[in-house]
Design a binder for this molecule. Structure first.
Ligand code: PHE
Ligand code: ZN
Length: 885
């Protein structure tokens, strides 16, 4: 709860720590109804500061102080000051030791921050500021310490006792208890601390590093999940190898452990040597996890592993620098996934996600720069901007420097700052020093919020044979930032001739052409580039690979977009041309719907998609991506005022028309791919993902026709398939269909079969929560009463309530405001149980400015009701108050 009236913390107020903690010795005595934590902190005055001895203020929350000593001297209440968030005392020498004992209650910790219990095991989550709920400490990332941890627990229920680093001693005690001591040789901030105690099994493997050191790899799970770990283990080994090959980074301890827990606020956590994962990001096998889940496991395992260097060996000075580790690590994991699977498809998925969700965040009341300069609750800043836009910023640096200089820069960064807590400026400086490229102006990407607009126009001079592209950039105002300075925008582009070939590119003033795809840096508010030797009017292919996170506009007509769809040498831009064509067609339908006219689909979209479907030489995953129309959330984001019903109706109308017009080619490709799936055992590899993705999107279109042979095919796939990707798609297709009886039967059979698998049940909840059939809210309310549902488990909350509010837009935005009221009710309950989840869940309401005045009023009223509902956590208070400001 808000203790010190929701103070805002500012980057400009940063001060180095007064004291350092050289060593941290922790002892945990874990019991069923409480835990005792003893901490011995070996401390000294920060030598970089003056020699006087200011008061020492330790962070601590929800701790019951039992004992406190300074250099072996027992302190009494007169010797220190205690508030509900701090403990202050006066050191008398430059070097000293503090011993404290506190009692905490992991067994009743529902916020899942600090030490808590999940499915009977003890585990921790300390990032960002959870360690202060474990013991009194300097809980800030620039205080790094060497940790030794002893934990003791009842042996039968908690046979496995883990912490960071290497195991150095263990033993048993009388009364059926046992203990273990772990020592982490690397200095680390408290947010990377972890412990686990539970009844866990593990799969063990080994990795030999570049310099021939053997590392033991262990993945711990609940015994019933031991058959779902191999994919994560394979992913870990691939990640370790990739980081050696691509970044020259080797693992540094003798053991690397991952533990899967069922109750976790986020995806996973990179604690040194002991990563703790949401089980949804570890467990995967064909029968229970979809292709998307397999890819997510691979990506998250890689992400957390990569943090060992980008995050742990080099960490953040303060939490304003969060993107230093997160943006960089997302960029690293995205490149890893691109190398393991299809590069173009990975880029398409990431860009679609960024443009739908991060762009919306950047246009809303919580918009903030990649390096924010103020926050109330840091947990609210684990955002799409810090992660995904932060990764785009790194990608742009990579684009501007080129691969070789970028690698030199990262080598220099790791070498210069190993063992330090640093800033985004330090990172950029290393990139500049290694490359000789000045990034001063580029750094505006770190300090200015909002999504830049880049408007492009062309002029062709047939006589002079010159072709000029004129760029105009601007950036809308965001909270606290009304005027923006020009960004450095790397625009990769090519020029296509009438046959669709890339022209050689020579800019005015250059001696010769170089390349057919080039990166131009747009650095001014208005800037033109002239290409010479251009004999005929070309068609530009702009922002290839989405080389900058901007909203680019160029006045393409639909025929030009169809041409680019077929001919652009850049795969990403072929997809992008298809998206732009679809957007134009859908916006036309939206207009027709709003004017009460009959909807008429532009047949060029049908033609374009038919061409794709008939070309068997194309990558099937690409065809699947290109068949997917822009989502309702994306259409909302690009609308001036989002008309929920018009968007939904227009898109559904287009899907229906496409399904009917393209029935034959869709049916043919569906059957061919299903046939292959039937005859091939499941493999979690790109080529197989591709085949199934085309098969499944084809099926979802086909079902819109309601033909009996499609129903039969769906039921066949549902019953006979050997994997969750095909089964869940068949289920989702039935759930969205008019076949009520079959739908009911399939849902029931699915739940019966998978009732003991929580992660599969999450999928079952999501499929129903996302169904746009009428009465969605009533169905969600019924599902909340299902025995497998609980508000205490974040995965369940996301699967049911999150999916309803985030994916079922027509039902969530019901004109009577019932969806808003429902969401606010859940936020109010969760505020007390789990503030982080409450505050994340509330995001859809914060977007009220996007909608028409009736919906605006209804959404605002719910935000106001939350604000007035009683004592709010800092998490919820910050988001609600900023949304209403
Ligand atoms: N640092 C984690 C990651 O991105 C995310 C996380 C943040 C997890 C805060 C838990 C709490 O890898
Ligand atoms: Zn991360």
């Amino acid at each position: 709860m808000r203790t010190e009236q929701s103070k805002t913390i500012y980057l400009k107020d940063y001060q180095a720590p007064d004291y350092l903690i050289d060593e941290t010795h922790l002892t945990f005595e874990l019991f069923e109804d409480h835990t005792l934590v003893h901490a011995q902190l070996v401390m000294r005055r920060n030598p970089a500061l003056s020699a006087d001895l200011p008061a020492l203020t330790l962070d601590g929350q929800q701790l019951e102080l039992l004992e406190l000593k300074l250099d072996d001297r027992e302190l009494t209440a007169a010797d220190y000051t205690l508030t509900d968030s701090h403990l202050t005392l006066q050191p008398t020498q430059a070097s000293f030791v503090i011993d404290s004992s506190v009692r905490i209650h992991p067994e009743s910790n529902t916020a899942l921050e600090g030490l808590y219990k999940s499915s009977g095991m003890f585990c921790t989550q300390c990032e960002a500021e959870g360690f202060r709920k474990i013991t009194y400490y300097l809980d800030r990332p620039d205080v790094m310490s060497k940790f030794t941890t002893t934990l003791s627990a009842e042996q039968h229920s908690y046979p496995v006792l883990l912490s960071n680093g290497n195991p150095i001693a263990s033993g048993s005690e009388e009364g059926g208890r046992h203990w273990a001591t772990w020592e982490d040789p690397f200095m680390k901030p408290a947010y990377l601390f972890a412990l686990v105690a539970g009844d866990l099994w593990c799969v063990e493997d080994k990795f030999t590093t570049l310099s021939s050191r053997d590392v033991t790899l262990r993945i711990y799970v609940e015994p019933e999940n031991i058959d779902k770990v191999q994919h994560a283990m394979d992913s870990l080994k691939k990640s370790m190898k990739w980081d050696e090959e691509v970044y020259g980074r080797e693992y540094d301890l003798d053991i690397f452990m991952i533990v899967a827990v069922n109750d976790f606020n986020m995806g996973a956590m990179e604690n040194k040597g002991l990563n703790i994962f949401n089980s949804s990001c570890v467990l995967a096998r064909a029968e229970t996890a979809t292709d998307a889940a397999h890819q997510r496991v691979e990506a998250v395992v890689a992400h957390e592993y990569f943090h060992n260097w980008s995050g742990n060996r080099v960490t953040c000075r303060d939490w304003f620098q969060l993107s230093l580790k997160e943006g960089f690590t997302v960029f690293r994991d995205a490149e890893f996934s691109a190398d393991m699977n299809s590069r173009t498809v990975k880029r398409i998925e990431d860009v679609a996600y960024l443009r739908t969700h991060q762009f919306a965040e950047d246009a809303g009341p919580m918009a903030h720069p990649v390096r924010p300069d103020a926050y109330m609750e840091i947990s609210n800043f684990y955002t799409l901007t810090i992660y995904e836009k932060g990764s785009e910023v790194l990608r742009m640096i990579h684009t501007l420097l080129g691969n070789e200089a970028f690698r030199k820069g990262s080598d220099l960064y790791f070498e210069r700052h190993d063992g330090q807590a640093v800033t985004c400026d330090d990172f950029v400086k290393a990139m500049e020093d290694a490359s000789g490229i000045d990034l001063t102006q580029f750094k505006r990407w770190y300090t200015q919020a909002g999504t830049p607009r880049l408007a492009v126009s062309e002029t062709f001079d047939a006589v002079a044979k010159t072709y000029t592209l004129n760029f105009t950039q601007s950036c809308p105002a965001t909270p606290g930032q009304s005027d923006k300075l020009p960004f450095v925008i790397p625009v990769e582009l090519g020029l296509l001739d009438a046959r669709g070939n890339d022209l050689p590119l020579r800019l005015q003033g250059e001696a010769a052409a170089s390349g057919t795809s080039r990166v131009l840096s747009v650095t001014e508010a208005q800037q033109s580039f002239t290409f010479v030797d251009i004999a005929e009017q070309p068609l530009p292919s702009l922002l290839r690979g989405f080389s900058a996170p901007v909203k680019l506009s160029f006045p393409y007509d639909r025929d030009q977009l169809m041409f680019l769809m077929q001919h652009d040498s850049d795969g990403f831009n072929r997809w992008e041309a298809g998206q732009q064509l679809s957007v134009q067609v859908l916006q036309e339908l939206i207009g027709q719907h709003q004017r009460g006219e009959q909807l008429v689909l532009d047949q060029r979209l049908v033609t374009a998609l038919r061409t794709l479907l008939q070309d068997e030489s194309l990558d099937q995953a690409m065809v699947a991506e290109m068949l997917s129309l822009p989502g309702e959330a994306y259409l909302t984001e690009i609308s001036e005022v989002a008309d929920v019903d018009a968007i939904h109706n227009a898109r559904e109308f287009a899907r229906q028309q496409l399904a009917e017009a393209l029935f034959e080619p869709l049916w043919q490709r569906y059957q061919a791919n299903r046939e292959l799936s039937r005859n091939t055992a499941y493999v979690a590899e790109a080529e197989h993902f591709a085949r199934r993705s085309l098969q499944n999107i084809a099926l979802s279109y086909l079902m819109l026709t309601g033909k009996p042979q499609v129903l039969a095919a769906t039921l066949e796939q549902y019953e006979a398939c050997d994997n969750m990707t095909e089964r869940l798609t068949a289920l989702a297709v039935l759930v969205g269909s008019k076949f009520e009886v079959e739908r009911g039967k399939a849902l029931e059979a699915f739940a019966e079969h998978f009732k003991d698998n929580a992660l599969v049940m999450d999928q079952w909840f999501s499929v129903q929560a996302a169904s746009t059939l009428p009465d969605g809210l009533a169905r969600v309310r019924v599902l909340m009463e299902h025995p497998a549902f609980t508000l205490k488990n974040p995965n369940k909350v996301r699967a049911l309530i999150g999916a309803f509010a985030g994916q079922n837009l027509v039902n969530f935005h019901a004109a009577d405001g019932s969806g808003y009221r429902f969401l606010a009710d859940q936020v109010i309950v969760l505020n007390a149980l789990n503030p982080q989840i409450a505050s994340r869940l509330l995001a859809p309401l914060t977007r009220w400015r996007k909608y028409g005045s009736e919906r605006q009023a209804l959404m605002k009223a719910e935000l106001e009701r939350i604000l007035a509902s009683g004592e709010l956590s800092a998490d919820v208070y910050e988001v609600v108050s900023k949304s209403l400001a």
